[in-house]
Design a protein around this ligand. Structure first.
Ligand code: NAP
Length: 280
């Protein structure tokens, strides 16, 4: 928690937008010991948040920008939808002179977009989290512009660690690849679950059994991969006896020209290309 100790009631964190991601982050920060007096929150539904966050004083929860005009935030966490960003940036530019760091989790909003809205010298960090962040199991990629200090980067990483793991990239262009791998990635896994359930039914299980056997297999396999420390390929070979059932299936999944690797590569190339398009 010491990385967050620079955030104080005098130099608080301003959370802009307390929807799904904002709530998950705030829960994580408070659970990790961030003082409730060191956070200000602005959201149209602020009056409903006091029940959910009883330790945060009502004066710190607002739907009114004039209530936060006097504060000098050290960090501003932007957790609104990308399409709302144009409206709120003009309200935030006053914090630039106060030395605030802006940490955005909005998909597709680039560092140069924020330079356009906040001024070229604003310190900005861009984060790409994913939906498992909602249960503290997220993976977040981070990149920053040149105005963010090493110490401020440490705090930004600590803020995002509240909902999972984090990793920095040097080059913002890699955010398109991160979007393709981990940002959109949960959908690939959910689709894999759908495919295994449908195929389980096709080979003779009831819908309920297909779901039960497929989901526990997915969950257990990922846990084994993480806990054993082995490479995925080694664990795959461990399940595959020569001329056995797994080999019969893998002959289909690992077919040289249209196997899963080729399919996944095409899928992620499409996602990365779309991410580049959306950032333009
Ligand atoms: N959900 C994810 O897993 C995920 C993953 C990666 C990135 N992200 C990014 O995270 C951001 C937030 O996503 P989310 O899923 O948390 O969306 P969300 O649940 O809709 O949360 C956005 C919040 O911002 C509020 N808001 C709207 N206008 C505002 C304003 N002018 N000032 C202050 N607050 C305002 C919204 O209130 P109303 O509902 O009343 O409009 C809502 O509570 C998005 O930019 C998204 O790209 C999310």
């Amino acid at each position: 928690m010491s990385d967050l100790s620079v955030i104080s009631s005098g130099r608080p964190l301003l959370l802009v937008g307390c929807g799904k991601m904002g709530t998950a982050l705030l829960q994580g920060w408070l659970a990790r010991g961030l003082s409730p007096d060191a956070v200000n929150i602005i959201d149209p539904l602020a009056d409903q948040l006091s029940e959910q966050f009883p330790t945060i004083a009502e004066a710190r929860l607002t739907d009114n920008w004039s209530s936060v005009s006097e504060i000098t935030p050290s960090f501003v966490l932007l957790a609104v939808k990308p399409q709302t960003m144009d409206d709120i940036l003009p309200r935030l530019s006053a914090y630039v002179d106060g030395g605030a760091v802006f940490l955005s989790i909005a998909a597709g909003k680039t560092l140069s977009y924020f330079a356009g809205g906040l001024g070229k010298e604003a310190a900005v960090v861009r984060a790409m989290p994913n939906t498992p962040s909602a249960i503290g199991q997220g993976m977040t990629g981070l990149c920053s512009n040149a105005y963010v200090t090493k110490e401020q980067k440490t705090v930004c990483a600590a803020l995002m660690k509240a909902v999972g793991e984090v990793a920095w990239v040097e080059n913002e262009g890699q955010m398109d690849a991160i979007t393709a791998v981990s940002g959109s990635g949960p959908a690939y896994v959910f689709h894999m679950a759908e495919a295994m359930i449908a195929a389980g039914e096709a080979v003779g299980l009831s819908a309920d059994d297909a779901k039960r056997f497929a989901l526990k297999t997915l969950y257990g396999s990922v846990a084994l991969l993480e806990q054993s420390g082995e490479e995925a390929g080694v664990l795959r070979k461990n399940v595959t006896s020569p001329a056995g059932t797994t080999e019969a299936a893998l002959n289909v999944l690992m077919a040289e020209e249209d196997g899963l690797t080729q399919l996944m590569t095409r899928a992620m190339q499409a996602a990365a290309a779309r991410s580049r398009e959306l950032s333009e």
